[in-house]
Write a protein that binds this ligand. Sequence first.
Ligand SMILES: C[S@@+](CC[C@H](N)C(=O)[O-])C[C@H]1O[C@@H](n2cnc3c(N)ncnc32)[C@H](O)[C@@H]1O
Length: 237
Amino acid sequence: MFMGSKNPASDPRFHGRRRGRRLRQQREELLAARLPALELSLPADGGAVDPAAQFAGPVRDVWLEIGFGYGEHLIWQAQNHRDIGIIGAEPFLNGVARLVSYIAEGEVDNVRIVPDDVRPVLDRLPAASLGRVFILFPDPWPKLRHRKRRLVSAETLDQLARVMSDGAELRLATDDADYAAWMLRLGLAHREFEWTARRPDDWRQRPDDWPSTRYEEKNRSGGQGPVFLRFRRHLRD
Ligand SMILES: C[S@@+](CC[C@H](N)C(=O)[O-])C[C@H]1O[C@@H](n2cnc3c(N)ncnc32)[C@H](O)[C@@H]1O
């Protein structure tokens, strides 16, 4: 069990699914064989974890994808940035199993996995230890009474501002109009972040180094197209 500080964001409740359809035996075996070595290792005493030290070789930077789903975007980033260590967090076991099989097929050695809610782990990362963070198509929780469940919140942005390095990029995507406005409002209101868009195409058009995800392909909201929001963490004083 993770042990965070007394910050309310570090004692959160996860509201999504942890399991879906029963895993095929082969995938179950692969997961059992490979996940232990791929898991981000957290000191048992509840202390801090140095993310850069978790990879087999030296890494130029460490990036984090929160809620990677089935891992298509994460594996693309890992394959195209072999000198970056990439941490993926996802409590949904079927998605973790899919990512583990992508890792086995793609022979990448620069990925580590948190098969759980990321928020308690954020509290254990050193300040300024991540150069990029992705939260792509988080569950929109459209009902008013469920808004508190949204992963993008003022508390999560505070946690991210602490662990992101100066000038680090936060990438958010959604196809839900209300969540897009919510993300923008919170991002613009946060004193440590700056929205980098200068013209509409900067948030309407997919950047080249931003492959689509399974959720995005399914266009769950059925409404507007996705928005791609990029925020830069300000330089510290
Ligand atoms: C709607 S899915 C999108 C998945 C993927 N990013 C995509 O675009 O296909 C949102 C994912 O976020 C994960 N998630 C929700 N809360 C999370 C948390 N606190 N930490 C890590 N992952 C979380 C869920 O388990 C779910 O798989």
